[in-house]
Design a protein around this ligand. Structure first.
Ligand SMILES: *[C@@H]1O[C@H](CO)[C@@H](O)[C@H](O)[C@H]1NC(C)=O
Length: 326
């Protein structure tokens, strides 16, 4: 499809009597466009978002050498809509890394923020678009718990985003509006305030959805089915990177339950999928969830589209093999 003219311009052309021009152009369009009006599929050429089917938008990716817009998936297929009732670990859930580090998020008054941005959508829109896991970095800051994209285990006013409760309330709103959805939160945890996280999740109204640690599989068994989880209202899984909080606060220690490959550049190297240092080796039989990281260390907004589709699929195949599945 060649996007040389807007369809609406064509109708305006009729009105003003350029009938010949219209016929010429519409036959042109018939030749060049194999689809329109919502019938275009992923990677089909398009002119307007209305050309593309549900869950798709009309965009471009110059970083891939593309010069024409094409249909790109903007909404993930919810895996339970394809097949329901399986154990939680039998599905693939879309997770965002540094879900809170959002382009355009306001900084503290009078402060220039100094950090990398990983996301374009608000957390609410991430969830609407099919994201079911959020990776959040939490710190003690300003007498509260904040989301910060920081270093040395400390939040600074120039790495701070916002109080964590704001984002957790977005999650609460989503869970209460969508009674059969399940969300996972993975915390890179720098919170030292005793019971700080417990209070935070309670204040956000999320304690009622809490999946109890006691019910998490400890020997690599299957998780409960999504049906059982929804029925029990155990629709929020929370993991912390601090081992002692499992005993102290009943918050599951991430690497007891999740195997994870290297994050950042080591995790995008073609042909290999090494485990993250903190993770158990992939031949471990005690964890039944696998978290696949796939993003370069330094996010570049205009380049991110390169990683979709083929490269992501290739990464999945590599990690699947590395995890001992053939
Ligand atoms: C940011 O933090 C630094 C050091 O803690 C402090 O000196 C500075 O006044 C703060 N800036 C603002 C605008 O709050």
């Amino acid at each position: 499809m060649t996007c040389f003219m807007d369809h609406r311009d064509l109708s305006r052309a009729t009105a003003t009597g350029y009938l010949f021009l219209l016929l010429l152009f519409s036959s042109f369009i018939n030749i060049w466009s194999s689809c329109s009006n919502g019938s275009c599929q992923v990677v089909d050429s398009c002119c307007h978002s209305t050309d593309c089917g549900p869950g798709l938008f009309c965009g471009n990716c110059p970083a891939l050498g593309k010069t024409q817009p094409f249909c790109i998936r903007g909404q993930a297929t919810i895996p339970t809509s394809v097949i329901g009732g399986l154990p939680f670990n039998k599905y693939s859930w879309l997770v965002t890394h540094n879900s809170f580090s959002i382009v355009g998020a306001p900084a503290l008054p009078g402060v220039q923020r100094f950090t990398f941005y990983n996301q374009e959508d608000t957390v609410t829109n991430q969830l609407k678009n099919g994201v079911r896991g959020l990776m959040l970095d939490m710190y003690d800051f300003n007498g509260d718990i904040w989301l910060c994209h920081s270093f040395r285990g400390q939040c600074f006013n120039f790495t701070a985003f916002q109080p964590a409760i704001n984002t957790l309330r977005e999650v609460e709103a989503f869970l209460s509006k969508n009674p059969s959805e399940i969300v996972t939160i993975i915390i890179e945890d720098y919170v030292h305030t005793p019971k700080g996280l417990t209070k935070l999740f309670k204040n956000a109204g999320l304690d009622k959805y809490w999946f109890p640690v006691s019910k998490m599989p400890k020997k690599g068994e299957d998780w409960p089915t999504v049906t059982e989880m929804v029925k029990a209202n155990h629709r929020l899984l929370v993991f912390t990177s601090v081992a002692s909080k499992e005993e102290e606060e009943g918050i599951a220690y991430q690497w007891k339950y999740l195997l994870e490959n290297e994050a950042g550049d080591p995790g995008v190297k073609p042909g290999s999928c090494p485990n993250r240092k903190e993770s158990q080796p992939f031949n471990s039989k005690t964890a039944s969830l696998f978290l696949m990281n796939y993003f370069p260390t330094y996010p570049v907004e205009d380049e991110a589209c390169k990683e979709h589709s083929a490269r992501l699929a290739d990464r999945i195949r590599t990690c699947y093999k590395a995890a001992g599945k053939h």
